[in-house]
Ligand binder design. Structure first.
Ligand code: MN
Ligand code: MN
Length: 468
């Protein structure tokens, strides 16, 4: 007997009128899902090579140069189809391709960030206490301090030695390297600690990194400290004074790994926001001979307010656009007015373990695609860019036309908390901008989690935007 598959009027109307959210696995073909898994392999390598903004700049330049991008200096001539990158102090990067149409029609660019929450060594970090050698830290960005204890840590950074050499430090990533460690209290003696609120259980001045325990010479005062310095001196030529100029960060020593039996998720340190920086780069390289001039900005210091000359508030990013306008003989004001930007940053995925912090009807879900975030902010959208309806419509249409799975989200329910992105600093320059990025579980933790389909949809979304 034939089944009656005729839809009722109510069903037809519902299909027509209701908004539907989609899970990528329900709507994508096996080919696209396979492509997403293959794409994740390159992304994981990028994560392992770039645990600081400096390392991300180095690896990004390597990728760009192998694709034919050339270093850009202010005032240099540029040609249509030309591919360039501007290295800002080895800590941020703007890569761009000159479009076939006039620059006056605007630059289509993404702005993501390549700094992540971490612990920075203080300027006089090294000390010895009760038979152990430690490095003092000052945390960078928003962290839950207790998460950084009792896990393997690595040292990454740059030291400028007295003779002016710049030396890169990387200890704890190679399988044969030692790692570092922040000790925590055993549960047996933690009765008082366990009664503290989570924010107080481990305090900032307790984030001291265990770095040695063997004296250089028997019965010698500060022999452990001396021994640590001796090793650093032999390996890197540095002295204790060189810590003053150094930028050394303590980051988790974990490698990026697949999570889950189905390998559908990626665990790593620093998804926020390399999970948007990497797709921005791969999209920029994929879109050959763009019509508009396309650009991927990889900014620094987002996690501490986008400050400084490498943060998104720096004029340097718009100096590049101004300089291109001068070179190509068009008005910088017109270029900015016609430019469009995806502020490419992560959002908080709905977490079934903590459902109470989100509005289930207005949150993003893992595997439901790239997230378009109209507004962020806190306490009544304060501090938010809040993209205009017209630009949300433009962005949504670009994604729909390209078959990208996407969703919308707020960061938590009303008055739960909040946060911001670089979007507002770009909007200030009279550029249309909206946030777009990847849903993340455990954002800002030493090991964060994203889904492979969401990462790939972000790449696809940025490709579509660059071609729009
Ligand atoms: Mn971010
Ligand atoms: Mn962040």
């Amino acid at each position: 007997m034939a089944e009656n598959t005729e839809k009722t009027l109510a069903q037809k109307l519902k299909d027509e009128l209701f908004h539907k959210t989609k899970n990528a696995y329900d709507v994508l073909s096996d080919e696209v899902i396979d492509a997403a898994y293959a794409y994740a392999e390159g992304y994981k390598k990028y994560l392992d090579l770039g645990k600081t903004e400096r390392e991300c700049v180095t690896e990004s330049i390597r990728m760009l140069e192998s694709d034919g991008f050339k270093p850009y200096t202010f005032g240099m001539p540029v040609e249509v189809g030309g591919k360039y990158y501007y290295n800002n102090r080895n800590k941020s990067l703007s890569a761009f391709v000159i479009g076939t149409e006039s620059l006056a029609n605007g630059v289509y660019f993404t702005a993501s960030h390549i700094d992540s929450p971490r612990l920075d060594l203080k300027q006089r970090p090294l000390y010895e206490a009760d038979g152990l050698g430690y490095l003092k830290t000052h945390y960078y960005g928003g962290i839950k301090k207790y998460q950084w204890t009792a896990i393997p840590l690595a040292l990454h950074g740059t030291v400028i030695t007295a003779d002016g050499r710049s030396v890169n430090i990387n200890i704890g990533e190679d399988e044969t390297d030692p790692v570092f460690y922040i000790d925590d209290l055993l549960p047996h003696l933690a009765a008082q600690q366990m009664k503290q609120p989570l924010s107080e259980g481990i305090k900032g001045e307790q984030l001291n990194v265990l770095s040695g325990s063997r004296t250089f010479e028997k019965n010698f005062p500060e022999g452990i400290k001396l021994n640590i310095l001796r090793i650093l001196n032999e390996k890197y030529g540095m002295t204790e004074s060189d810590f003053i100029t150094a930028e050394i960060s303590v980051v988790p020593a974990f490698k990026a790994r697949d999570i889950g039996l189905d390998r559908s998720l990626i665990g790593a340190y620093g998804h926020d926001d390399r999970v948007c920086a990497y797709p921005s780069l791969t999209a920029l390289m994929e879109v050959k001979n763009p019509v508009h001039t396309t650009m991927a900005v990889l900014a620094d210091k987002e996690e501490i307010g986008s400050e400084g000359n490498t943060g998104m508030q720096s004029i340097v990013y718009f100096d590049i656009i101004k300089d291109l306008a001068n070179t190509l003989g068009v008005s910088e004001i017109v270029v900015r007015a016609n430019s469009k930007c995806l502020s490419s940053d992560v959002n908080a995925a709905f977490d079934p373990n903590f459902p109470e912090v989100s509005d289930k009807r207005n949150v993003c879900y893992v595997n439901n695609g790239v997230v378009l975030t109209k507004y962020t902010g806190a306490k009544g959208k304060s501090g938010s860019n809040d993209a205009a309806a017209e630009f949300v419509a433009f962005s949504g249409k670009v994604l729909d036309d390209a078959g990208v799975v996407w969703q919308t989200s707020e960061l938590g329910k009303v008055d739960q908390g909040g946060g911001g992105t670089v979007a507002k600093y770009i909007a200030k320059m009279n550029v249309d901008v909206i946030d777009l990025g990847v849903p993340v579980l455990s954002m800002h933790a030493p090991y964060e989690c994203v889904s492979k389909t969401d990462v790939y949809m972000t790449h696809k979304a940025i490709v579509a935007f660059f071609k729009a």
